[in-house]
Design a protein around this ligand. Structure first.
Ligand code: GDP
Ligand code: MG
Length: 297
């Protein structure tokens, strides 16, 4: 019973031409340290991204000086190839002074745009390697009362640069009603502070009812409450990814326990292409317009 991440449905999202070349996608994780970012990424893609750190190339050594690290994995499912880049950002919140802790992250995103912009105006335009960040999972602590000032500052610094998907971390430490309360508080604060998170596209009117319902459920789940685990445990005779407690097991992939499956469905099965489109059409265009403006001044 091999587990699947599920991106084999990617070709449905895009033109067939890209199937042969494979897909690439860059996902960033950000937020306070210890909220389970690395664990979740491993759970999402069923890989141990952080096992092999020997493969450092020059580029990684450079980014490491600002503590942003990049992991690239090639995964293949049912003949569909995905080159996944994970950008792990330094966890903040522990330092005494967190002023502008978002700066290196914002700079990193801009640098990828800058590189792309340069390549695009170069001679080898056909074979540009696209390192633009397509999505940023922003982790929010389950122990606070909604957003912390730092969360607001961080997301506001990034929202014009990248698609932000807010995550309520370590949902297993909360009761279901606490999860709902925190979610609505966070949604309210996102609105109040003018944070522009990733907006799910409107459903096409010709989509079937099931699809529309699924889409609606997805939108209402924001921020996704997730549980990560790198452990496989035994639950009622089945082997599942989960966390073991004296009172029982919480299952990562059980929709009754958390939004993990929703998040993964959205990232790899339904919205990967839209995240890339919005990156190109909105965030990159913003950057490009600024560049051109400053060149003509
Ligand atoms: P990061 O600093 O944000 O990358 O956090 P890590 O992934 O390194 O996880 C920090 C600690 O939290 C580890 O001991 C994990 O086992 C634990 N952890 C990760 N995800 C969860 C979760 O969903 N629930 C709980 N209770 N613990 C978690
Ligand atoms: Mg980490």
């Amino acid at each position: 019973d091999k587990e699947y991440v599920g991106f084999a449905t990617l070709p449905n999202q895009v033109h067939r031409k890209s199937v042969k070349k494979g897909f690439d996608f860059t996902l960033m994780v950000a937020g306070e340290s210890g909220l389970g970012k690395s664990t979740l990424v491993n759970s999402l893609f069923l890989t141990d991204m952080y096992r092999d750190r020997k493969l450092l190339n020059a580029e990684e050594r450079i980014t490491q000086t600002v503590e942003i690290t990049k992991h690239v994995v090639d995964i293949e499912e049912k003949g569909v190839k995905l080159r996944l880049t994970i950008v792990d950002t330094p966890g903040f919140g522990e330092a005494v002074n967190n002023t502008e802790c978002w700066k290196p992250v914002a700079d990193y995103i801009d640098q990828q745009f800058e590189q792309y912009f340069r390549d695009e105006s170069g001679l080898n335009r056909k074979n540009i390697q696209d390192n633009r960040v397509h999505c940023c999972l922003y982790f929010i602590s389950p122990f606070g009362h909604g957003l912390r000032p730092l969360d607001v500052e961080f997301m506001r610094a990034l929202h014009q640069r990248v698609n932000i998907v807010p995550i309520l971390a370590k949902a297993d430490t909360l009761t279901p009603s606490e999860v709902e309360r925190k979610k609505s508080k966070i949604r309210e604060e996102i609105e109040r502070y003018g944070i522009r998170i990733y907006q799910f596209p409107e459903c096409d009117s010709d989509e079937d009812e099931d699809f529309k319902l699924q889409d609606q459920a997805l939108k209402e789940s924001i921020p996704f409450a997730v549980i990560g685990s790198n452990m496989v445990v035994e639950a009622k005779g089945r082997r599942v990814r989960g966390r073991l407690y004296p009172w029982g097991i919480v299952e990562v992939e059980n929709p009754a326990h958390c939004d993990f499956v929703k998040l993964r469905t959205m990232l790899v099965k339904t919205h990967m292409q839209d995240l890339k489109d919005v990156t190109r059409e909105t965030h990159y265009e913003n950057y490009r317009a600024q560049c051109i403006q400053s060149m003509t001044r």
